[in-house]
Ligand binder design. Structure first.
Ligand SMILES: Cc1cc2nc3c(=O)[nH]c(=O)nc-3n(C[C@H](O)[C@H](O)[C@H](O)COP(=O)(O)O)c2cc1C
Length: 193
């Protein structure tokens, strides 16, 4: 499998990145090819709502560092999106990318008449790390799942989430979490979910 892993935290090697690396390393050991992209190191704008993509077959016309990311996403089988929870949502770095993904949907009609500039077989894995406990921010994943599946036709895998994580090293020091992440990666390899 070809995997693109987008890291949405400004903290290199922070919690969401640690979880994402654990997940992707497990896929790599099983033969997957992994490309990591640290979004915070790229230069790009948010969606400009110009709707050029709606008329040109689903290509974002903004010329910035996301051009290469979009090309890699199109070639990948699995898209991993990792982010800290910031103010109850994903980081601005990841949200900026997610909004730009709307360019893949180029015919603004609902359901059957919709056309996507993206192969339908892609899978997406969402990874979140948060300081709060597990009873908070449970609305985040279902919302993104609905949008990725409904608007972009991407199959969204079960959420991988680290809770009660704050210091950069909290995820790597949490053996149970690391084991769970590894199990979820193995499950994706063996049963495809
Ligand atoms: C600007 C900012 C906003 C945050 N907002 C939240 C929040 O709404 N809920 C929460 O549980 N944690 C919040 N946090 C804490 C981070 O989500 C938490 O420390 C996370 O584990 C960091 O992941 P990282 O190491 O991958 O950056 C916030 C942190 C920052 C810097």
């Amino acid at each position: 499998m070809k995997v693109i892993c987008l890291l949405g935290s400004p903290r290199t090697n922070g919690n969401s990145s640690t979880i994402a690396h654990k997940f992707c390393n497990t896929l790599k050991k099983a033969g997957s090819e992994i490309e990591y992209i640290e979004l915070n190191k790229l230069d790009y704008k948010g969606c400009q709502a110009c709707d050029a993509c709606k008329k040109n077959g689903g290509e974002c016309i903004l010329k910035d560092d996301l051009e290469d990311v979009f090309a890699s996403v199109k070639k990948s089988d699995v898209i991993v999106l990792a982010s800290p929870v910031y103010f109850g949502d994903v980081s601005a770095q990841l949200k900026g990318f997610v909004d730009r993904m709307r360019s893949y949907r180029f015919k603004e009609k609902i359901c059957k008449e919709r056309t996507l500039n993206l192969e339908p077989s892609k899978k997406l894995v969402m990874i979140l790390s948060q300081k709060a406990g597990a009873k908070y921010f449970n609305d985040l994943y279902p919302t993104y799942k609905t949008l990725f599946e409904g608007s972009l036709g991407i199959k969204v895998m079960p959420l991988i989430r680290g809770c009660n994580l704050d210091k950069k090293s909290d995820a790597s020091n949490n053996a149970n979490l690391m084991n769970d992440v590894e199990s979820m990666a193995r499950k994706l390899i063996t049963v495809g979910t």
